[in-house]
Design a protein around this ligand. Sequence first.
Ligand code: C2E
Ligand code: MG
Ligand code: MG
Ligand code: MG
Length: 291
Amino acid sequence: YAKQRGKNRVERYQARYDELLRRRGTLESELRHAIDREQLRLVFQPVVALPSMRPVGAEALLRWHHPTLGAVRPDEFIPVAEESGLINRIGSWVLDNACKQLADWLSKGHDVWVSVNLSPKELHAADYAGQVADVLAEHGVPAQRLVLEVTEHAVATDMEELIGRLTELRTTGVRIALDDFGAGYSSLSQLRTLPVDILKIDRLLVAEPESRTGEAAPLVDVVVRLGHRLGLEVLAEGIGTPAQRSAVEEAGCRLGQGSLFGWGVPAEHLEAQLDGLRTGTRPVPQPRNEP
Ligand code: C2E
Ligand code: MG
Ligand code: MG
Ligand code: MG
């Protein structure tokens, strides 16, 4: 019996593994056509100043809508794009479209910046900095209006190489944000040596006060102060409740992002909100269409 049970378990495992491989293969071959078939789009999640909650920027987040697979989340398809080498083409599409949107907002007089997520592979592509400079020039976007986000995962690789790449990127005038800080990989000493401008505190740290009712958020507090001491701007990600917002504000954090202020939305929704601000009317409530 034991032998039979063991065999069943192995078979189940094998079946699950086969299924994962099939899904991955499907995603890869479909992703290959996603740009040409116009299945990709960007949504923009507002970044607000604290405590005013006034939108000052937006993070471009990629969405893939496939006719039969439905909405596939970036956490699933970005790794596939990275492993299959498709990420460079997709990343170029993202950068181009984000800059196009940014140029449009700037031309309408909105005082905002836009951030774009970068995969380590893109960062390490030959002359990535040159590509960024070209896209900025093509759309007539001042470099300081663009933020490039690199994750802690990129930091886990060769530090010397990474520092060189980021330094080169920064000479174009763009700002660099270190994404998901505190979620795992990078160490405090690395933070000191990395040429970055903005520190994005991961939402796991931001969610911490909820589990310790009444107390100040000690980790957020320390990271905000550390960031400021290093001369960085600090942005708290994934703020979902008023309590989290208060904790982050009390820690001295001046930038925030999260469902409390709005999920990622199509550009025209965010634009309506920006228009509302300018005319002094109340911000337009955003449709809660995510996650
Ligand atoms: P990220 O850059 O850390 O982006 C933040 C993620 O948290 C987004 O998920 C966003 O929708 C979600 N989020 C925002 N506020 C809240 C909140 O209050 N609560 C919770 N629970 N979640 C919140 P999304 O869009 O699914 O993206 C996941 C990750 O995929 C991103 O994490 C980023 O690493 C990657 N990604 C997204 N777009 C791109 C892209 O264009 N290029 C690359 N290379 N990676 C991308
Ligand atoms: Mg990000
Ligand atoms: Mg993040
Ligand atoms: Mg992330």
